[in-house]
Design a protein around this ligand. Structure first.
Ligand SMILES: [Zn+2]
Length: 539
């Protein structure tokens, strides 16, 4: 499962294609008079995204993009539970943040003839005397394809389990908010106009049948709960054979990032969007009505992990991108790679990426990068930003620069990592004895060790000697060559200068094959970013 955001280039191509198609549409459709602006066209052009399993049962899904052309007059927008107030303060704030954009979408859609159904569940008393509420009550009952339900539960016949654990109610605040029902009405930021309807029940279906509505656009909150389950929302309307789409940028989840699968809140929302695209209906964005970029919450800034890779001994030019793709991308991290050829050379590509890195992951061996790049690394560290080093990072920049355009950093190990690299034992596989590893007992409760067994770990990497590391480090894992008495730390954290640094002297290709090492590196990166680390029992 991957969670790539569409890259800007493909978005541009997409836009170009849709503009072309729109022009062609204007030519070929006599119903559209020349003086009708495209924006007011009664045909909605929607870029729908869904996911289809490559072969049944494979669990591998690919993204399908489709152009939908819907008659606005046969289309309804359903606004789910955009309440004035939620028991969760974070949820209330996010509704407040997205409501103005939603109101713009609703205005534009209404103008084009889309029927708007406001569904602020449980607050209809507030609207009891309004014409919009009376309109809904007046809709005659209509036969249903499948018996209408007051709530549509997760349907195990049709969908997998939800990808997020919301069993605690999903408040992402700290401390968590107290649950209750403080909502009184729909947020005032969404205008309820003449001709709209207000309901929170299967009346929505009756309204649609009365008007010959075949297409439904669902927006609002919360995607893992009411957007799926309410009687006016996705599951019910799909059961009734409506053409349904979710507006995926105008929704939010109730998801606590300290619960499975331990990703940030916005990534949790995206995982549920994916779930809906797989099992229920395609999704669109508000850009289909308003142009520009889809809506994004202010707090939705993925952490930027910048890998510095320049070594030829341990093939991290291959293992780290693989690791980033499998372990970091779906968690919502943005990953960039600053690389020098494995065969040698001091000129790194793409080093400007360091400027907005949230964490640097260093796997470099005896290179002397461009002076500007070394300055950016120092700037990052001087700002108190975190760094993760693996294996050769201890002697990353220990070499003589070839000229005055490049710079060394011989004491990077002692100064930044807190280590004391003094070469390695010659216990190389396959003939040498393995490096044995156990958890440092006094660090057993450290979160970076979550999910690692306390003992019995082994590595075919030669053991790095670190006889006298700095007093500022907290050793996490201790290693020794099988049959020999000397012990050396092989993983530690260093928080001197208020900066989070994680280092491990492991990192050979064989280590990347070991689940314990992958978990250690993931935990180390999460810890460096001060993000929640999955507990031990997680996968
Ligand atoms: Zn809350």
């Amino acid at each position: 499962m991957t969670m790539k955001k569409p890259d800007p280039l493909s978005a541009q191509r997409w836009l170009a294609r849709s503009l072309t198609a729109l022009c062609l549409g204007l030519v070929s459709e006599p119903a559209l008079a020349a003086d009708v602006p495209a924006a007011a066209s009664p045909t909605l052009e929607l870029h729908a995204r869904s996911r289809r399993e490559t072969t049944t049962g494979s669990g591998e899904f690919r993204v399908i993009e489709q152009r939908l052309r819907w008659d606005a007059k046969k289309t309804a927008i359903v606004i789910c539970d955009m309440w004035d107030q939620h028991w969760c303060q974070g949820a209330t704030a996010r509704v407040g943040e997205m409501a103005p954009r939603m109101n713009e979408v609703v205005k534009a859609a209404r103008q084009r003839g889309v029927f708007i159904i406001h569904c602020p569940s449980g607050t209809l008393g507030f609207y009891k005397d309004t014409p919009q509420r009376k309109l809904a009550q007046a809709a005659p009952k209509a036969p249903a394809k499948v018996q209408l339900k007051g709530w549509c539960n997760l349907d195990a016949q049709r969908e997998g389990p939800l990808p997020i654990d919301d069993s605690d109610g999903g408040c992402d605040d700290q401390p968590q908010c107290q649950q209750g029902s403080p909502w009184r009405r729909q947020t005032a930021a969404i205008e309820i106009a003449e001709g709209d309807a207000i309901t929170d029940s299967e009346e929505a279906y009756y309204l649609m049948q009365q008007r010959g509505i075949e297409n439904v656009i669902v927006m609002g909150v919360h995607i893992n709960m009411c957007v799926l389950g309410r009687p006016f929302s996705i599951r019910q309307m799909v059961y009734q054979d409506k053409q349904v789409v979710l507006m995926r940028d105008l929704t939010d989840s109730m998801y606590n990032s300290r619960r499975k699968p331990w990703v940030n809140h916005f990534c949790g929302t995206e995982l549920v969007v994916e779930h809906i695209e797989k099992y229920w209906c395609p999704s669109i964005t508000s850009a289909d009505f308003l142009g520009g970029a889809p809506f994004r919450f202010k707090g939705d800034k993925p952490d930027h992990v910048v890998f510095l890779i320049g070594e030829g001994e341990y093939h991290t030019g291959e293992t780290l991108p693989e690791f980033a793709g499998k372990e970091l991308a779906w968690r919502g991290f943005r990953c960039s790679f600053v690389t020098a050829p494995p065969t040698g050379g001091n000129d790194f590509t793409n080093f400007a990426a360091i400027k907005d890195a949230d964490v640097l992951v260093v796997s470099v061996r005896r290179r002397t990068p461009q002076k500007e790049m070394v300055a950016l690394i120092r700037q990052h560290l001087n700002a108190g930003k975190p760094l993760v080093g693996i294996r050769t990072a201890s002697h990353a920049f220990a070499a003589t620069p070839p000229d005055d355009r490049h710079a060394a950093w011989p004491n990077f190990d002692g100064e930044i990592l807190g280590g004391d690299y003094q070469g390695h034992y010659s216990n190389a596989a396959p003939n040498g004895p393995p490096t044995m590893i156990r958890v440092a007992p006094e660090a057993a409760a450290h979160a970076v060790l979550n999910g690692l067994p306390a003992d019995g770990l082994r590595s075919t990497s030669t053991l790095y000697k670190n006889p006298a590391p700095g007093g500022t480090i907290t050793p996490l894992l201790i290693g020794w060559v099988e049959g020999q008495p000397e012990k050396h730390p092989v993983a530690w954290v260093n928080t001197t200068h208020n900066r989070r640094v994680f280092y491990t002297s492991l990192g050979s290709p064989a280590d990347f094959q070991q689940p314990f090492f992958r978990r250690l590196l993931l935990n180390g990166i999460l810890w460096a970013l001060n993000q929640p680390i999955p507990p031990g029992q997680s996968e």
